[in-house]
Design a protein around this ligand. Structure first.
Ligand SMILES: [Mg+2]
Ligand SMILES: [Zn+2]
Length: 189
């Protein structure tokens, strides 16, 4: 089975903005594309796992999100093995307003992404800029890298302490996270 790196999207691959509601709001962070290619070259499947509650909030629809992800695929050089998203939010009304099993910090998205491409979580990694991302790895063998390139790190690290869960590593951004993962893979960490 393939090993994978599960990547959060906003604040990890692309710049953190309130909501990426249209393709022009998606702006890759410096070095992100290169980092993803280095991980893919090392044999990892790259899987994006992203909460997109903007759908439940009525800010954009599935069709628009598909357009945004077409741009993401194109700008990353078509190397993504899968992109899975959670459109739900527990506090919203309407068809997407429910307490689902896929919204991170729950683990459903990671499980779904792994199933889609027959990846194993053993020897796989997860990278994200929020406490929710890191917590989605709880109870799995995933190793986690918390990156400082998105949400305010002090607040997110506080949330992780409150949840009594620590990332395996911290890095400035996806580029540094890829460096750490590749060193870890060689047994240097
Ligand atoms: Mg994020
Ligand atoms: Zn969901």
């Amino acid at each position: 089975m393939r090993r994978a790196v599960f990547l959060d999207r906003d604040g990890t691959i692309n710049r953190e903005v309130d909501f990426v509601a249209t393709p022009d709001r998606l702006e890759l962070l410096p070095g992100a594309r290169d980092a993803m290619h280095r991980l893919a070259d090392a044999g990892f499947a790259i899987v994006v796992v992203t909460n997109q509650s903007g759908i439940a909030r009525g800010l954009f629809g599935e069709t628009e999100l598909a357009r945004i992800h077409e741009k993401l695929l194109h700008e990353t050089g078509e190397l993504l093995a899968a992109i899975v998203h959670c459109p739900h939010h527990p506090d919203q009304d309407g068809p997407y307003g429910r307490d689902c099993e896929c919204r991170k910090p729950k683990g459903g998205l990671v499980q779904l992404g792994a199933q889609l491409i027959s990846a194993t979580l053993e020897g796989s990694y997860l990278v994200g800029d929020s406490a929710r991302d890191v917590l989605a790895a709880r109870g799995t063998p995933l190793r986690t890298v918390y990156v400082h390139s998105g949400k305010p790190p002090a607040r997110e690290m506080q949330r992780l302490r409150e949840a009594d869960f620590a990332p395996t590593a911290e890095a400035m951004d996806l580029c540094a996270a890829a460096d750490w993962i590749l060193r870890d893979l060689r047994g240097e960490e």
